[in-house]
Design a protein around this ligand. Structure first.
Ligand SMILES: Nc1ncnc2c1ncn2[C@@H]1O[C@H](COP(=O)(O)OP(=O)(O)O)[C@@H](O)[C@H]1O
Ligand SMILES: [Mg+2]
Length: 318
C-alpha cells in the first residue's frame, strides 16, 4: 500500500500531532478521539486516498493578522443523542463579523454542532451536552438559559425554506410579534430593512400582501433569512441553506452573506468546497464528530496542516 492508505489509517497517524491552528487560536487536540472512533467505527465504504506530506505552512501565513474578537467560544463540547456520543471534545472559536464554514463528510456532526449553538437539541428528549459554549461571558448551555431569547440571538436557516402560509409581509411581522414588536410604523420599517438585508426587497416590494408560498424557492429562502434578520440576531446559522437552490439563487444568497458580515456573524454548514472557499473567512473541518483542523480559509485550502484536510479539500474523499 506504500503511498496509498485508507482514510482511517491516515487519521490514526496524523491525529497524533497537535493541531495548532494558524492565527494563534487555542490549541485543539483531536488525537485519541478520532483514533479510537476510527478503530471501533470503520467507514462504511472503504475509501482510498493518496497520502502525501502536507505542505509546510509558510511562515508568513502564520504571522498574526489582526483578528476580530471571539463572539462564541466552544470549549470541550461533547454532545449525545441518548447514549450515542456524536460530538467529541470540540474546541472552536467563532469570530465576530466573519463567516465560519463547517465542512466535512456526511454524518461527521456538522448539523449536530450547528444545532448546539441555539439549543435546538433541547426540543427532543434524552439529548445532552457537556462542555461549554461561551457568549458574553456566560455558558449558553446552562440549564437556566432563556431558550426563546437565545434562538432570537442565534437564528437558524435550514436547507428547506420555511415560509409560513401567509403574506410576504406577515411572514416577517409574525416573527416580530413573537418578540412583542407590534408598533405598525416600526414593523413596517423592520420588514423593509430585513428584506433589503436579505437581498429580496426589490423583488417583492410590490407584492408584500401576496402569499409567500407563491415565491420561488430561492425567494422563499431569502424570506426565511429576512424573518430571522428582523429580530436583530447576533449570529445566523446556515445549514446547507443553498444546497437545494439553483446557481443564481445560491449566488444571491452568497452575495447577501458577504454583505451581511458587517452586522451579523455567520456559521455556515456546507458540503460545497467552492462555496466555503468563496465566502468564508474561517473554516473548520470535522470528521467523526471531532474537529480535525480550524484556521483562516485561505490556509485551510492552500496550506493545511493536516494531511486529512489536504485530502478532503482536494475532493479525494467524502
Ligand atoms: N436525532 C438523532 N438521533 C441519533 N443520532 C443522530 C440524530 N441526528 C443525527 N444523528 C447521528 O449523528 C451523526 C452526525 O450527524 P449530522 O450532525 O447530521 O452530520 P452532518 O450534518 O455532518 O451530515 C450521524 O452519525 C447521525 O447518524
Ligand atoms: Mg447535516
Amino acid at each position: 500500500m506504500d503511498k496509498l492508505a485508507r482514510v482511517s489509517e491516515v487519521s490514526q497517524t496524523e491525529v497524533k500531532s497537535e493541531i495548532n491552528p494558524p492565527l494563534g487560536q487555542g490549541l485543539v487536540k483531536v488525537t485519541e478521539t478520532i483514533a479510537k472512533t476510527t478503530a471501533s467505527e470503520p467507514l462504511e465504504t472503504p475509501v482510498t486516498v493518496e497520502v502525501k506530506e502536507s505542505p509546510k505552512p509558510e511562515k508568513a501565513a502564520l504571522e498574526a493578522k489582526p483578528q476580530p474578537p471571539k463572539l462564541l467560544t466552544i470549549e470541550k463540547l461533547n454532545f449525545y443523542f441518548g447514549d450515542h456520543k456524536v460530538l467529541k471534545d470540540v474546541d472552536l472559536p467563532i469570530l465576530e463579523n466573519s463567516i465560519t464554514s463547517l465542512i466535512g463528510p456526511s454524518g461527521c456532526g456538522k448539523t449536530t454542532l450547528l444545532r448546539c449553538f441555539n439549543r435546538m437539541h433541547d426540543l427532543y428528549p434524552n439529548n445532552h451536552y457537556e462542555g461549554k459554549i461561551v457568549m458574553d461571558g456566560r455558558n449558553i448551555l446552562d440549564k437556566g438559559e432563556d431558550l426563546i431569547w437565545l434562538r432570537s440571538r442565534l437564528g437558524m436557516v435550514f436547507q428547506k425554506p420555511t415560509p409560513f402560509p401567509m403574506s410576504v409581509y406577515d411572514n416577517i411581522a409574525y416573527g416580530l410579534k413573537l418578540k412583542k414588536i407590534t408598533n405598525k410604523p416600526l414593523v413596517r420599517e423592520l420588514v423593509e430593512k430585513s428584506l433589503k438585508q436579505a437581498n429580496l426587497w426589490e423583488e417583492v416590494k410590490d407584492r408584500l400582501k401576496e402569499s409567500a408560498l407563491g415565491l420561488s424557492g430561492g425567494q422563499q429562502q431569502r424570506l426565511s433569512i429576512a424573518r430571522s434578520l428582523a429580530v436583530s440576531p447576533a449570529v445566523l446559522l446556515f445549514d446547507e441553506a443553498t444546497s437545494a437552490l439553483d446557481p443564481i439563487s445560491s449566488a444571491k444568497i452568497e452575495e447577501m452573506m458577504v454583505e451581511l458580515k458587517k452586522e451579523v456573524t455567520m456559521v455556515v454548514v456546507t458540503h460545497n468546497m467552492q462555496q466555503a472557499a468563496r465566502i468564508s473567512d474561517y473554516t473548520a473541518l470535522m470528521w467523526l464528530g471531532s474537529l480535525v483542523e480550524y484556521g483562516a480559509t485561505t490556509d485551510i485550502f492552500t496550506r493545511p496542516k493536516m494531511k486529512m484536510t489536504e485530502q478532503y479539500v482536494a475532493g479525494n474523499f467524502g
